[in-house]
Ligand binder design. Structure first.
Ligand code: SF4
Length: 208
């Protein structure tokens, strides 16, 4: 079971399999835990030392020196691991990207974005919808439609702390991608489209 793996020239790090959301397009939600040939179903979250050891073992395979914290699982649920590992990788010359649901502040009930300063170079926030209703349908959680507003607020909150922030949208059925692009523009970040795959059939990478 993998806590780190290399895919398409990037070192991917998995700090947890827990999530705030249950996205309809996520293979995990449909019982599929294999990503790029790696079994991500481990339920024990790695320590800083374990994750760094796994990362260092793979570094010779990553000449591009690009790393990413990504699911299956929401990395910011384990900031105590993400932050020191991100800082260590950056100190070794890696460009570190974080793919996040943008709900860390809502979960914490406080602004935790300053913790990311120095730990990541780029944050990709999964916006995934132009409005709260669509978001709650595509990315359901206990927060309902209010979660979308929190994601938008997170985009603004994290900007002062990391060099680069962007938003992403999965082109899932029923999602108005162009309206999501307008929202991203309003938030002052570029929007990256992620193609939708039927989560019951394949194992898309970075699906959110
Ligand atoms: S797409 Fe990401 S945030 Fe959504 S349920 Fe899957 S791992 Fe969690």
């Amino acid at each position: 079971m993998a806590i780190a793996y290399v895919y398409d020239g990037t070192l991917y790090l998995a700090v947890t399999r827990r999530c705030t959301l249950a996205c309809t397009f996520c293979p995990k939600v449909h019982g599929r835990w294999v990503v790029a040939g790696n079994d991500m179903s481990h339920d024990r979250e790695p320590t800083v030392d374990e994750l760094l050891a796994a990362a260092r073992a793979l570094m010779p395979s990553v000449p591009s020196k690009r790393a990413a914290f990504v699911g299956l699982g929401e990395p910011t649920m384990c900031l105590d691991v993400l932050v020191p590992v991100g800082r260590a990788l950056r100190a070794e010359g890696f460009h570190v990207r974080l793919v996040t649901d943008g709900l860390a502040n809502l979960r914490a009930g406080a602004d935790v974005t300053a913790q990311l300063e120095g730990a990541v170079d780029e944050v990709s926030v999964s916006l995934n919808a132009p409005d709260g209703e669509t978001y709650a349908r595509v990315c359901p959680s206990k927060y309902g439609a209010a979660a979308h507003e929190a994601v938008c607020a997170f985009v603004g909150a994290v900007k002062p702390h990391v060099p680069s922030v962007l938003a992403s949208v999965v082109t899932a059925p029923g999602v108005d991608v162009e309206a999501t692009r307008v929202l991203a523009k309003h938030l002052g970040v570029p929007l990256r489209e992620r193609p939708y795959f039927d989560p019951r059939l394949g194992e898309p990478h970075e699906s959110r």
